[in-house]
Design a protein around this ligand. Structure first.
Ligand SMILES: Nc1ncnc2c1ncn2[C@@H]1O[C@H](COP(=O)(O)OP(=O)(O)O)[C@@H](O)[C@H]1O
Ligand SMILES: [Mg+2]
Length: 330
């Protein structure tokens, strides 16, 4: 069952266009020309209940705009959104009760209260029952150990603590759907690790459906089986991460250390570098296996050590972004 359905979503922003130069400055005083920016340009996708989907793309691609429309904060110019069958535009109240949203760049917590007090406030806003509230806070605390700073005023929290607070706040009313916009931005390694752990556990324990926007491809690799890649407001790839890797980079690298400097060609692998006794072979996974390659080469010269390198996800994503740019220019 699809818990999220997005069809032909469009968002246009109106921007005031400023004329340049002195002449322009004078003109700007009298006429205001507006210019339309299509931040989201006909996006459609659906997401199954319980999935964690990575929603990625370069800066300005339209990720945050999509998340804002999905969570009912912003109205689409056109198109339709259904969260568990309900439109956030038509029935925002009902949808909000079933979703949580976190913006890494902007906290939803009340700066002037202690962390625990902001939770109490949310409990009243969402009318969460005492029992549910205590249970949820307990479970979330198990994952995150927030009780260590629950009495600290929000303004005094470190970025990592604040992010943990925001994530807990978003889950207090046990929503079925969670939108995370850059939840690991600016975090150190340890805080990042704990946010990833949180995302995994929340997904597993409650079958929570999660859309995750991030620049950290480590987040994607560790958490998402499916990725939706957008660029310039449009979907350019949508599918499993493994399939994407196979499609963009169907090759691997085999690093072989021989006992002596040698160059041993192979019909199914290309030697991409030779340095002293080390050779790096590039081969296609669908043409030959690493084991076969090692075996063939070892017939010619004894092998001391081998290493295998998969295509790096960063390179793959960069390739996808560039493909789009190239096709737009031509
Ligand atoms: N409030 C706004 N007014 C005008 N333009 C905006 C506004 N918010 C975003 N944009 C523009 O819309 C595009 C998409 O922005 P955004 O959704 O924030 O991208 P992302 O989150 O992928 O970096 C960008 O070109 C951005 O400059
Ligand atoms: Mg953004």
């Amino acid at each position: 069952m699809n818990i999220i359905e997005v069809s032909h979503l469009v968002k246009e922003y109106k921007k005031i266009k400023k004329e340049r130069g002195l002449r322009g400055a004078v003109k700007n005083l009298f006429v205001q020309n507006t210019e339309t920016v299509r931040a989201v340009d006909d996006i459609s996708f659906s997401i199954e209940k319980g999935d964690i989907v990575g929603y990625i793309g370069p800066n300005g691609a339209g990720k945050s705009t999509t998340v804002k429309m999905l969570s009912g904060i912003m109205r689409p110019t056109s198109g339709e959104i259904l969260i568990d069958g309900i439109s956030p535009q038509k029935d925002r109240k009902r949808v909000v009760r079933n979703l949580g949203v976190v913006f890494g760049q902007r906290s939803q917590l009340n700066w002037d209260l202690r962390l625990g007090e902001t939770f109490e406030l949310l409990k009243r806003i969402y009318q969460i029952e005492d029992k549910t509230y205590t249970e949820n806070l307990g479970t979330l605390n198990e994952i995150f150990q927030i009780d260590r700073f629950i009495d600290t005023p929000v303004r005094q929290l470190s970025l990592g603590q604040r992010m943990r607070g925001d994530l807990v706040a978003a889950m207090l009313h046990s929503p079925e759907v969670l939108f995370l916009d850059e939840p690991t931005i600016g975090l150190d390694v340890e805080a990042k690790y704990s946010v990833r752990k949180f995302i995994k556990e929340v997904n597993q324990r409650g079958k929570t459906t999660i859309i995750l926007t991030t620049h950290d491809l480590g987040d994607i690799q560790e958490l998402c089986r499916r990725v939706i890649i957008i660029n310039e407001g449009a979907v350019i790839e949508d599918g499993s991460l493994d399939e994407l890797i196979d499609k963009i980079a169907p090759y691997r690298h085999l690093i072989i250390d021989f006992y002596h400097p040698v160059t041993i060609p192979h019909p199914h692998a290309e030697i991409v570098s030779v340095r002293e006794a080390r050779s790096v072979y590039r081969f296609r996974k669908d043409e030959i296996t690493a084991a076969r390659l090692i075996e063939d080469i070892s017939h010619t010269a004894p092998i001391k050590e081998v290493g295998l390198e998969e295509a790096k996800i960063d390179d793959i994503i960069r390739t996808v972004y560039h493909q789009r740019k190239a096709s737009v220019q031509s």
